[in-house]
Design a protein around this ligand. Sequence first.
Ligand code: AMP
Length: 300
Amino acid sequence: MSLSIGSIAFDTIENVHGKRERIVGGSLTYYAYAASLFENPKLVGVVGEDFPQEIIEEMEERGIDTRGIVREKGKTFFWAGKYSDDFLERETISTELNVFEQFDPKIPDFYKDENNVFLANIAPSLQEKVMEQLGENKFYVMDTMNLWINIDREGLEKVIRKADGIILNDEEARMLTGKSYIYDAAKALKEYGVKFVLIKKGENGSMLYFNNKFTVIPPYPVETVIDPTGAGDSYGGAFMGFLEEAEEINEKTLKRAMVYGTIVSSFTIEDFGTERLKKLTRKEFEKRFKDYAEMLNFNI
Ligand code: AMP
């Protein structure tokens, strides 16, 4: 089972299809719903007094282990974002850390045997605290966001140096490395010492740099995108979910994990927030996986 830390949030999202206020989101939430299709992810996170208990119960019903989520005095993390009409750009309107400001994550002892750890998008200082408690011998995959590159580059770089893999989007990869050509950015990220670099490129698919080799796969064609929020986090959840089933990390398993991420995130973006993702079944996943494989089959 994978263990993960990240944000649980209320999000206000505005785009060409409308506006949704204070809906449940957060990097950890998307991660968990996606991973729960394949395993029972163990979460470490914090919510405020205002967060509905029903959502935590709903997660438990999906096989998500929420015993590491604590409820603190104060308000839940809040994020508001607005998308350009073509979805290519996203502006953060507001980030309120709230309960995250004082959060001191404690990994429960019964979580400590897990080998695969996903550091979802959250302050690098919190990602590091998780690494400190679990030690060096884990398989760490991390995500991040432009905010942390801007306000805590040093802390972030420290975390990357200790990670085994990094998953981030193309804009973040360029920002972090200063390289505009995406292949150069991937190579520069590898220099931090990670084993693999995975760059998500939105409607252009995703790219892996592993063992000095690039693998690029296309997205599943979603004709109407309703809300891309959480696409990255649910990609991460499905990616780690598959790696739980895999016996070793190699080119073949990483590539298949990418396909899992691609398929699950293609569902996420079909509705606002977690609406589509949390209803997604393994059967629907399998069907789309098959359609995607057929789309890429050159031997017909
Ligand atoms: P994504 O669209 O994959 O980048 O993820 C969007 C999710 O990230 C939203 O649900 C937000 O609540 C969450 N989020 C936004 N900013 C931050 C931040 N600075 N730290 C942690 N989570 C964030």
